[in-house]
Design a protein around this ligand. Sequence first.
Ligand code: GLU
Length: 314
Amino acid sequence: MTWPGTTGVGAGRYAPSPTGDLHLGNLRTGLLAWLFARSTGRRFLLRFEDLDTGRVRPGVADRQRTDLASLGIDFDPPLLVQSERAAVYADALTELARGGLTYECYCTRREIAEAASAPHSEPGRYPGTCRELTEAERAERRRTGREPALRIRADRAEVTITDLLQGEVTGLVDDVVVRRNDGVAAYQLAVVVDDGATGVDQVVRGDDLLSSAVTQAWLARQLGLPVPTYAHVPLALNSEGRRLAKRDGAVTLADLAPLGWTADRVLGLLATSLNLAEPGEPVTTTALLHRFDPERLPCTPWIVRPAELVSPPK
Ligand code: GLU
């Protein structure tokens, strides 16, 4: 299952979904993932997470690559594109099923939301409706013509992961979907299979994904893959404290360029937000690598106010 030529040296990765141009928050997470990997002698890989085909926009993956390169973020092969890897995910699903670790789920989103609002339900967790269906009950649901998703049977396993920024994090594994009801592998499975196949042993990403880490670590173990070290980094937020988004103003390289923000200056801005440079100081990714010290990273979100970005510092 391992990619040829990738054993031995560990790897970090950046795994954007090609649904829109990268904004300052995405670029900052990509820079951090690169710094964590390169400062520890790891390979650094790019992976396009494009399984949510309805949200993928043509041309975006290429622009994301160009934007990362213009900041000085470089990648090693292989480049993975998840939509090309259905057969690999199918093998992993077969392995899980063989171990009795998956079950069919016929619930609609609405049914899950309704069950989740019942007394004693645990918010954010699958309520377990289809976990113990009998063969007759499954046959009855099949007759409605509804295609099932596949969920993992995690039995509320408790898992602890090590996070370089958050310390030890313990949580209960949720029965997440690993194959969607359109037959496509789900995010949770694809991430684990791809990280395992390319020797990724260091996962650096936004802290909105922290709660997925215990589930992904559990899945890795079930598939006989090593569990990576994690670093969940604080996100960039807008002035209202919500996750930064394109609608917040000029926050992508393409939007910022006409305001005088060259890629170098944006790199300086990101470096300043990470306590790695003074405002306006010219920097390169190589220079940042020498300065990088995870201990000095800010542990609170970066607040981005596009009104303050109307022109770069002189
Ligand atoms: N594709 C996910 C995103 O763009 C990242 C997944 C991950 O890093 O595990 O938010």
